[in-house]
Write a protein that binds this ligand. Structure first.
Ligand code: DLZ
Length: 163
């Protein structure tokens, strides 16, 4: 479903596992920080709402979305997280940079998901313009950070059940 038809902050709280025994890492891109910091705040608040301990939510920063893969990998190697969320925002410009960054981070995070026994959650907005990003970072379409946090909790619970 297109996100314009779905509120990214809407979910059934009854279907979300308790996160009180889970550890999370959140890697945030500083590029388009007015958007990514709103995604970060949404993610942190949603994790706390579902029982996560503030001390079990590690947050750190990379310069841009392209660096999210390396930042997430660094956290994975510490073994300190049950799920790793990456948050970024790539806005279409006049050059093909948009495509290269989006392809790079998508492939990078996909590869990490096959290399480590922890889930990596993709909280990257890829929009045509700033308004579309604002709409998805706490605006009329909700907050993709909330959605990423719920996904992280569900995936961390699955890994705890299965592995
Ligand atoms: C260079 C660049 C451009 C043009 N646009 C974005 C963007 O919209 N969002 C984003 O997160 N980062 C952007 N960057 C920076 C790259 O992600 C990366 O930090 C640099 O290419 C250095 O590797």
């Amino acid at each position: 479903m297109a996100t314009s038809l779905k509120n990214l902050s809407s979910y059934d709280a009854a279907n979300v596992p308790d996160a009180s025994d889970m550890r999370f890492a959140i890697v945030v891109a500083e590029w388009n920080h007015e958007i990514t910091f709103a995604l970060r705040d949404g993610a942190v608040n949603t994790l706390l709402k579902h029982g996560a301990d503030e001390g079990n939510i590690l947050v750190d920063y990379v310069p841009g979305t392209f660096e999210l893969t390396a930042g997430a990998r660094a956290f994975a190697q510490t073994g300190k997280a049950d799920a790793i969320i990456v948050l970024g925002c790539v806005i279409q410009g006049e050059t093909r940079h948009f495509d290269f960054i989006c392809n790079g981070v998508t492939q990078g995070i996909t590869q990490l998901n096959t290399q480590y026994d922890i889930p990596f959650i993709f909280g990257v907005l890829t929009t045509d313009n700033l308004q579309q990003a604002i709409d998805r970072a706490g605006g009329k379409h909700g907050n993709k950070g909330d959605e990423a946090a719920i996904t992280a909790i569900k995936m961390a619970a699955l890994f705890k059940r299965v592995i």
